[in-house]
Design a protein around this ligand. Structure first.
Ligand code: ATP
Ligand code: AH0
Length: 366
């Protein structure tokens, strides 16, 4: 009887606080840990400017540093948002990545799952990345197993690719004809390069803006080839995936546009993000039928046009396939939470470079 119950779909609530530090996304998903049965309500809780400053100060810090204020920000924002969704029995809590060095000190997500479980009175799955890193994987990206389920849900019959343009960019090539996400050759995933984070930092520093909304600034500028070429010389682009990045691994690219006017600097940084994706696409086993774009960067028409101009496949927001590009990552952590409770793998050699499929995550029970 227990085994039978374990296969039933459940409603799970996923929460993601991404590298662009804008806020927390939460979304409900009905799943058995393999198939998507239904998408549910979602919500967003922005960080205040004061909270964002506290989080920024925590970037690059590791456990043992005094991070109690930042941890409190993460836990309070999540508790406030997640309490709005009493429907879900289980919560998938990613937390806030503040440092990521898979070949060095590890990976660090702020937020204590046990504290959140107690505050919400619900079981919380958390610490999704550590086990993969401990076993030699990159610990990221983790959304690819969910991308496989999305491709199946869409009815895809040939390879498709998902691109997340968040603070960092990450690409997943999916072959939906494979039996499952852990099968060899089903997935290839990796971080492509910086996406919005350095562009946000540029416009914040120069103009006090949160982002280059709708690509308005980049649209008025010209791409400066010399700066773009210097950026593309970075060895990261030649590394064979899987590979992953920390938010600020490319922070020095701000120096490459330091002498440029605002519009040219924005256009050049937008081209840097788009060209990094184009180079990433060359690593895919086949040209996918379509590149479905999720994350905030899909709302930047300049970035999207540059991608379409440089690629041989259709470049479309995930909404073209019936998905929600603002919530895909939150949904992914709802999906992964159910997989963890059912001891199904959450990463594999093709997604993080881990030697064998691994089921990561800890479960904090109430
Ligand atoms: N209308 C818009 N025009 C241009 N850029 C936008 C727009 N809306 C959002 N963005 C960009 O998208 C970013 C937010 O993207 P998203 O929420 O996907 O990132 P994230 O989840 O925090 O990052 P990651 O996926 O790396 O963890 C914003 O910080 C901004 O740079
Ligand atoms: C260490 C970490 O938090 N990485 C994030 C980051 O943001 C985008 C990209 O870099 C991706 O690798 C990952 O997030 C998504 C949700 C993932 O794991 O799939």
């Amino acid at each position: 009887m227990k085994g039978k119950l374990n296969k039933a779909p459940v409603w799970a609530l996923g929460a993601m606080s991404g590298t662009s530090l804008d806020g927390v996304d939460a979304a409900l998903l009905e799943t058995d840990g393999q198939q998507i049965f239904a998408f549910g309500d979602s919500g967003y809780r922005a960080y205040t400017d004061a909270e964002r400053q506290v989080l920024r100060a925590a970037l690059g810090r590791w456990p043992g540093d005094n991070l109690s204020a930042a941890q409190q920000v993460v836990e309070t924002a999540h508790t406030e948002l997640l309490a709005r969704f009493p429907q879900a029995g289980i919560v998938g809590f990613h937390g806030q990545t503040v440092a990521h060095e898979p070949r060095g000190r590890g990976t660090h997500q702020l937020g204590d799952g046990a504290a959140l479980a107690e505050a919400l009175g619900r079981d919380v799955v958390w610490d999704f990345r550590s086990a993969d890193v401990a076993l030699g994987g990159q610990g990221a990206p983790l959304a690819p197993f969910f991308h496989f389920a999305c491709a199946r849900w869409m009815g895809a019959t040939e390879p498709v690719a998902f691109l997340n343009l968040g603070g960092v960019g990450n690409l997943t090539w999916v072959d939906p004809r494979k039996s499952g996400p852990e099968e060899a050759g089903a997935l290839l995933a990796f971080d492509t390069g910086p996406a919005n984070a350095p562009l946000n930092d540029l416009v914040a520093e120069r103009l006090g803006l949160e982002c280059d909304r709708d690509g308005a600034l980049a649209a008025r500028g010209n791409v400066v080839d010399g700066a773009l070429e210097l950026f593309l010389e970075d060895a990261y682009f030649r590394h064979i995936p899987p590979k992953s990045l920390d938010r600020d691994d490319f922070a020095l690219m701000l120096d490459l546009v330091r002498e440029l006017g605002d519009a040219d600097a924005a256009a050049t940084m937008t081209a840097m993000a788009a060209t990094a994706v184009m180079l990433g696409m060359e690593h895919c086993p086949t040209v996918p039928a379509r590149l479905l774009v999720t994350g905030g960067g899909r709302k930047n028409p300049v970035m999207m046009a540059m991608l379409q101009a440089g690629l041989d496949c259709a470049v479309e927001p995930v909404e073209a396939a019936g998905l929600d590009g603002d919530m895909l990552e939150a949904q992914a952590f709802a999906y992964l939470a159910v997989r963890v409770t059912r001891r199904l793998p959450t990463s594999a050699p093709g997604t993080t470079g881990v030697a064998a499929p691994v089921s990561g995550g800890q479960i904090a029970r109430v």
